[in-house]
Design a binder for this molecule. Sequence first.
Ligand SMILES: O=C(O)CCC(=O)C(=O)O
Length: 403
Amino acid sequence: MTFELRSDSIAFAVARDNFLAGKLQAATQICNQILSAEPENFDALHLLGGIAMRIGNPFRAAELIQSSIELQPGDANAHMNLGRALYQQGKLNEALSAYRQAVKIQHSLSDARQLLEFTRNEIKALDETVRSLDKLAQCPLVSFTRQEYDKRSPDPSTLNRAARLYRHFGYLIIENLFSERFVSELYDYFMSEYSKYFADKVFDDALKVGDKRVMVTVKLKGPFNNPEYYANPLLLPLLARLLGRDLILFSLGGVVSLPGAQSQRTHRDHRPLFEDASVDEMLPSFAVTLGIPLIEMNDINGTTRVYGKTHRAQGELSDNGRKKGVSPVITKGSCMLFDYRLFHEGTPNSSRNVRPLMYNIYARPWFRDCQNYSKQAPMAISDEEFSRIPEQCRHLLLWSRRG
Ligand SMILES: O=C(O)CCC(=O)C(=O)O
């Protein structure tokens, strides 16, 4: 992607050359010098926006470019670049308006016309996908391409699709997020370390959540203390879209259903925050569960039945909502993201196997679940294990060290 800029001053020309040569630090320094002498310098602000885009911070980029536009509202390139920054944040409609503005100012700006067309088509295609899944009562799902696995980062189009489907349905199946081998490793470890919970009784440190079903806090340890598991690079950008960039990992645990476990009561993991339909219906997610089955979830082992689009509904599950429940098969390595307010239930385990469903709960930084953790802590990390967490992932867990 190119970043269109223009200016006349010599200092700026040097900054721009540095930017084009990929010397972003030098370009930033010169722009900052220009701005300290002349805080309202359109070009320097605009270029800093371009630099923020290049280093993968479209949020800062949009702020900087927006400030430059306030100084020169008639600059078509700045509007186009604002559109790019908004697009990277998944704000497709806002990006569309910015591209439209760029084309309105300068019709000959062919890049802006192409971006406008591309984004318009993408919005149409997403609307169509949602409509057809609704009509066919199919589960929303996303999968990643080989290139995305290799890059360890999702493409914007995958993110746009995932965010759109999740927001509409309140849940999303993510195919093959983990390798089968990694899940087998988690399974073996869990089965050997947590076997004391594989009994139909009451525990001091685990919550009974149904017939022969118990919710256990899982220590961030062994194969669980792996950023691939709790800060998966293909998943985090989506979570940041859903919960904001300051999201935290609030809880790490598992629900174990024993052979013969009956269906769970239909429930939501947390009530809507305000219990006022006019407010709650509009609110985005405040917490999201990533359900990671360690064996396939299906009709025999049991699965988590979900009631799509109930995440923003008020009150109890309606009869109409109940009819729309689906019981997805979730293969080993795949997982399901679901809103904390979505109605769901674990289905019977008719097999002879213990069925461990791990969960990572991600949340907005201010959210604390005061409903489900009266018996056990949401997180269990020793100082030693914490020291193994890479610096760039610690922000997810710092809250748990603050007491
Ligand atoms: O066991 C399951 O499939 C679902 C468990 C669950 O989501 C819960 O207890 O809230």
